[in-house]
Design a protein around this ligand. Structure first.
Ligand SMILES: [Zn+2]
Length: 269
């Protein structure tokens, strides 16, 4: 057994015995980790109150071979997720991020950029960042970092550039935009505007949604073809398209999604 140290986001806490929890953590160096936290339920347990949902902690854990649970030996709180106490939409948005991370990540499969994105999104929700934009950026950049973002410029079937002057056909099942030749007969095809495609590409490559306001993002995004006027009008459309992509990738609607829609996304775009 080796003792590993890592930064970690607490994704799930489940009671295991009278005194212990099983915690699921998303760590910066080791991906998702499930560990037994012995004594964590005692008032003066070894972890104090570090194991709160969505808290950022510094942890030490002992890796166990095979499928056995790892053993958490230390957890020091770096930052608590406080939004729960003051805003229901922010709380639900945080839970939604935890739900996506549980679905998106594999045991011990490290993805440090996704960890950084997640920690930043949770901090943003805890501060004053826009809930809608934080979630959209998390979804789109998260899909990009996992290699799951659909093709947006070139036809996913034949590779030709799809006309950027107009709306494009977007095949959820096909996994990207479709040219007029390849579209017929495809199932689950929706229509996507040039602005929404531009915004999706830009968000995928930005470290924060507010980076879009800076001129510097555009050259990275644009292979000279995807200039879009007023992409800021496309947030609502992008919300709908991205939800469809997320549902399709997971093969289900995330449990928290209806709550997000109800509380967060109407008046905070
Ligand atoms: Zn094609």
């Amino acid at each position: 057994m080796t003792a590993e140290k890592s930064l970690a986001i607490v994704l799930r806490v489940v009671e295991f015995s009278e005194s212990s929890y099983i915690v699921t953590l998303f760590t910066d160096n080791f991906g998702r980790v499930s560990a037994l936290a012995k004594g964590a339920r005692r008032p003066k347990g070894p972890f104090e109150s570090a194991l709160d949902l969505l808290a950022l902690c510094r942890v030490v854990f002992l890796r166990k071979p095979g499928d056995s649970l790892d053993l958490l030996t230390e957890a020091k709180l770096e930052r608590r997720f406080r939004a729960a106490a003051r805003s229901l939409p922010r709380f639900y948005a945080g839970l939604y991020i935890a739900e996506l991370l549980l679905a998106w990540t594999e045991h011990s499969d490290s993805n440090t950029p996704l960890f950084i994105l997640s920690a930043q999104a949770i901090t943003g929700l805890d501060n004053a960042d826009s809930v809608t934009r934080t979630i959209l950026h998390f979804e789109i950049r998260g899909l990009h970092l996992l290699g799951l973002l659909p093709s947006l410029v070139y036809c996913v079937e034949c590779g030709t550039m799809v006309d950027v002057a107009q709306r494009a056909a977007f095949g959820l099942q096909a996994g990207g935009v479709l040219c007029p030749r390849c579209k017929p007969g495809k199932r689950q095809v929706i229509s996507i505007s040039k602005q929404a495609r531009w915004l999706m590409q830009a968000l995928a490559q930005s470290n924060h949604y507010s980076d879009l306001n800076r001129q510097s993002v555009a050259p990275d995004v644009d292979p000279t073809v995807m200039k879009a006027e007023r992409p800021d009008l496309a947030w609502g459309e992008l919300r709908a398209v991205t939800s469809q992509i997320v549902f399709h990738q997971l093969d289900r609607k995330p449990r928290l999604h209806p709550f997000l829609n109800r509380y967060c996304l109407e008046d905070q775009a």
